[in-house]
Design a protein around this ligand. Structure first.
Ligand SMILES: [Zn+2]
Length: 432
């Protein structure tokens, strides 16, 4: 196996496919993680992969899996076997271990105007729905206490639009059912297009799934039936009807005609461009003596700034001459969506990170802010609250210890890009 696309993994070639597979299955089959409905932390991976017994089972030298803990964890994410509970978190969920039912009704579903469609598959790999959940993880509806997700259903939200995706069987075919609703057209279109886009992402690397989109009937008779029991109209057929100027389609169950308009609603409209959305504010916390690192970081973030994925601030750009230094910077920190910490021994010596950022670390848990620590030089960051969040570089090698610092910075900006995109999406969903 050779994983070119996965950042950490590109440096290693896993010669023994089974070696990695076995290790990952130990996580999925772990009793404690099962009992927690799929929730795990890095500590669990230590527990599972550390023991001598484990080495005996897997026939490996002592500590081998532990040595590759980061790579194995990334492999799990790559295969969409788990997702972080929020952006940048070190706590994960294995969707296949979630309970089978959500147990709560979604807030604004079953609206008259909701759009319902089904994707039926000729071939449906059993893990595809879990992968869909993982692919959509930052759109999952709910708050820190409760998330609308089970192993068979997931509620998604963007602003004033919400969607319920569930696994169904219709006429012997397995498929995914989507019910999308929302009273804000832009939000509705954005959410619909994201669902399509993320389904497309799942196809990569899979054999042809034979996906077919169809719409359930909405005639007065069918409305009284369960969705899976209604008449279904294939998208292709509807298109042909529309091209021929037809306005109605015949329902075999009620033997009545139904307006085409009612079935599809225009969900293929223009996607709201990310560039039209509010730009998340990112602030860099660094020590004065680390100016060279700060400049390098800013250089490598320039493209993301130009693409308006983030606004980048550092202490100098927050403070105008004569302003009270601390006040301005504090205010900027308070309103930040992302905080980059350039961690070095100088920064840790001059700042009591745990104290100064105490409320920020709390807000990370509440998903109000994302903290991204970047280890620029060797320091005792593991003795601070930084150890509770994911750091960059992924392998935790300080940048000044890297044989190719430029490459390290480049790698970091590549890691930050998808995070920035997701944060931009999320920040805008929250502000509506
Ligand atoms: Zn009907």
């Amino acid at each position: 196996m050779y994983y070119e696309k996965v950042d950490l993994l590109k440096n290693i070639i896993i010669l023994e496919n089974q070696w990695a597979t076995k290790a990952i299955y130990q996580v999925i089959e772990d009793t404690e993680i099962k009992n927690r409905n799929g929730y795990f932390k890095t500590e669990d991976l230590w527990r599972i992969w550390w023991s001598k017994k484990n080495d005996r089972i897997l026939g490996q030298n002592e500590g081998k899996h532990i040595r590759y803990l980061n790579e194995l964890k990334q492999l799990m994410e790559y295969y969409k076997l788990c997702y972080p509970i929020h952006i940048g978190s070190l706590e994960f969920i294995v969707p296949m271990l979630l309970p089978s039912e959500i147990g709560r009704e979604l807030p604004i579903m079953n609206h008259e105007d909701e759009v319902i469609f089904v994707y039926k598959f000729e071939y449906l790999p059993s893990a595809l729905f879990y992968q869909f959940i993982t692919e959509c993880n930052e759109l999952i509806d709910g708050d820190e206490d409760f998330k609308y997700v089970s192993s068979n259903e997931v509620g998604l939200r963007y602003g004033n639009a919400s969607a319920l995706a569930s696994k169904v069987t219709i006429g012997g075919n397995e498929g995914f059912l989507f019910q999308i609703d929302g009273n804000n057209v832009n939000d509705f279109i954005w959410l619909s297009s994201q669902i399509e886009k993320r389904l497309d992402n799942l196809k990569k690397g899979l054999p042809e799934l034979g996906r077919k989109k169809s719409f359930p009937c909405k005639c007065n008779f069918c409305r009284t039936q369960a969705i899976t029991e209604r008449s279904f109209f294939d998208e292709e057929d509807i298109e042909i009807y529309k091209e021929n100027g037809k306005k109605d389609i015949y329902c075999h169950k009620s033997r009545k005609f139904i307006e085409l308009e009612k079935l599809t609603k225009d969900i293929n409209g223009e996607t709201e461009d990310l560039t039209n959305l509010q730009i998340p504010k990112a602030i860099i916390l660094s020590d004065d003596s680390d100016k060279n690192f700060l400049e390098k970081f800013k250089t490598h973030m320039a493209l993301l700034v130009r693409e308006e994925l983030i606004e980048l601030w550092d202490e100098a750009s927050c403070i105008l001459a004569g302003d009270l230094k601390d006040e301005k910077f504090k205010a900027a920190l308070d309103s930040a969506d992302i905080i980059f910490i350039l961690a070095s021994s100088a920064l840790l010596a001059n700042h009591d990170i745990d104290k100064e950022l105490a409320d920020k670390f709390e807000r990370v848990e509440k998903e109000v802010v994302v903290i991204v620590p970047i280890i620029v030089s060797s320091c005792l960051w593991k003795a601070t609250k930084i150890q509770s969040i994911r750091v960059l570089p992924m392998d935790e090698t300080p940048i000044d210890k890297s044989s190719n610092q430029n490459e390290s910075w480049h790698e970091i900006s590549r890691q930050i890009r998808p995070q920035a995109e997701r944060i931009k999406t999320k920040v805008n969903a929250r502000r509506r």
